[in-house]
Structure formats: C-alpha cells, structure tokens
Design a binder for this molecule. Structure first.
Ligand SMILES: [Zn+2]
Ligand SMILES: [Zn+2]
Length: 273
C-alpha cells in the first residue's frame, strides 16, 4: 500500500534516452502497479551532445513512444523532456522544444561547458580547491539556467554531489554556495517555476535526495510554491522509487501540495495519506 494518495513521479527515462533501458509501455505498467496517479516521461535531451546522442532522431523516437501510451484510463501520462544544458545552445533548445507539444519540461545541468558529465570526472585525485571551483561554475550555470526560464522544474540542484560523495570526498560541503542558491530559488519563485526533489540519490551512495531537505525548506521559506517529485528511473524496478520519502520531506518543510504540469501549466495535487 502506498502511503500517499494520488502520487506523482515526474522524472523517468525510456529506452529513447542514451542511458534508458525499457520502452514507455513497460514503465507505465510498473507505474500503474505501484500505484501512481500521474507520471511524466522525460527522456534526455542534452543539447550540447546533439550530434553525439543523435538527438534529432532520438527526440522523435521518444515522443512517438510516449504518444503510444498516453491514452490510458488508469494513469495520467504526461509528455515530458529533460533539457540538459539548454543555456549552452538556447536557439537549438527552443527550436527543439517547438517540434512537439510537451506537457512538462525539466531543466538540468549535467556538465560544464565543453566538459564531461560531472559523473565522469575523477574527484579522487582532484584538489579541494579545484572541486570548489567546479561547483562555483556549476551554481553559476544553474543561475543562468533559472534566468533562462524555458523549463517548468529545476532538476537535481545538487547533482555534482552525487559523484563527489561517491568518490569519498566527504569534506566538500555546499554551504559556501548558499548565497547563489538563494538567488536561484528567488529566480524560480519570481518566474512561477518549480523545484524538483529527485529521489534517485536515496538508492545511490550519496543516500540523500537532490537537493536535500534543508534546501527544500529554504525554498519554502523564500516563498516557493511549486514542488515536483521524480525518481529519475532508468529501469522499471526504479519507477516511483523512494517517492514517499520525497513526499515526507515536502510535508516536513510545510508544503501542502506537490505539482505536476499539463500543457506547461502547473496543477497542484494535495499531499494526503
Ligand atoms: Zn538529469
Ligand atoms: Zn533524468
């Protein structure tokens, strides 16, 4: 029995993502059984890897796969996309978003400009100073992303920490970026955009949501209204994983609602057990 009613999971990948594994139909089956009331498919579109990931074709495959399952009377299925690094090529991003009718757009950053994914950097041999320098650039990019404002929710705010913690660099802590994080939150709030609680970290060595509860509380303090929840599942067995932990964080931080987006418009869902 699920602890919460009308649950949402707005972040998952099908085999149309370079790192996905299952067609939308199998992910839907897992979500219906969980059960979830609303899910969004959000295949990767890392704009700076357009050629390497063959995104022209992949985007079409992804959209067609989603369209093949949207008509379902057991669950609401939203047509989403995860735009990675959109600010690195705004023109291509905006043109690509116009190709199809999306309900929901996730904004995220997985790498700095002309750099590999944060998951592919070697933090074990990196100086502390260099790690902080990368994080500084990262949060500056997140602020630029927030200001661009072409998405609905800002994903996994503390993404690099997933890999920094995994590499054993436990001395790295993010408090020195609190000022810019406040600026990011204020930008989201002013623009009526959502913050994502990404629960994938709970099944990984970091052992925490991205961002952690402290950030969600701060977002609320600053006037944050819209919160999305996502498992970031790349496998059927991870659909909805730890979403209830995300709900519990939302509740503890004073949120009465979570939000999904339909036709790019926020729809609030009461948090209730
Ligand atoms: Zn992501
Ligand atoms: Zn993702």
């Amino acid at each position: 029995m699920a602890a919460y009613k009308n649950r949402i999971d707005l972040h998952m990948h099908t085999s149309s993502s370079f790192d996905g594994n299952f067609p939308a139909s199998e992910m839907v089956e897992a979500a219906v059984n969980a059960p979830f009331a609303t899910i969004a498919f959000t295949d990767h579109f890392d704009v700076d890897f357009y050629e390497r990931h063959n995104l022209g074709t992949r985007q079409q495959t992804s959209y067609e796969d989603i369209m093949s399952v949207v008509d379902n009377d057991k669950i609401r299925i939203l047509r989403g996309i995860e735009m990675g690094q959109p600010t690195y090529d705004v023109e291509l991003t905006e043109k690509s978003l116009e190709r199809y009718e999306y309900d929901f757009v996730i904004g995220s950053i997985h790498n700095l400009r002309n750099m590999p994914d944060f998951g592919d950097l070697d933090y074990k041999s990196m100086t502390e100073e260099r790690i902080y320098e990368l994080l500084d650039e990262y949060f500056n990019e997140m602020l630029l992303l927030a200001k661009w404002n072409g998405f609905d929710t800002l994903a996994h705010l503390t993404y690099p920490m997933r890999y920094i913690v995994q590499a054993g660099r436990k001395e790295i802590e993010l408090s020195r970026f609190d000022g810019i994080v406040d600026e990011i939150f204020k930008t989201l709030i002013a623009n009526g955009k959502a913050l994502e609680i990404n629960t994938s970290g709970l099944r990984q060595p970091i052992g925490k949501t991205m961002p952690t509860e402290d950030y969600v509380r701060r977002y609320k303090e600053l006037g944050g209204e819209y919160l999305t929840l996502g498992s970031d599942a790349h496998f059927t067995q991870h659909v909805g994983a730890n979403i209830d932990d995300g709900y519990a964080i939302a509740e503890r931080c004073g949120f009465e609602y979570v939000t999904y987006f339909e036709n790019r418009k926020p729809v609030k869902v009461k948090i209730e057990k």
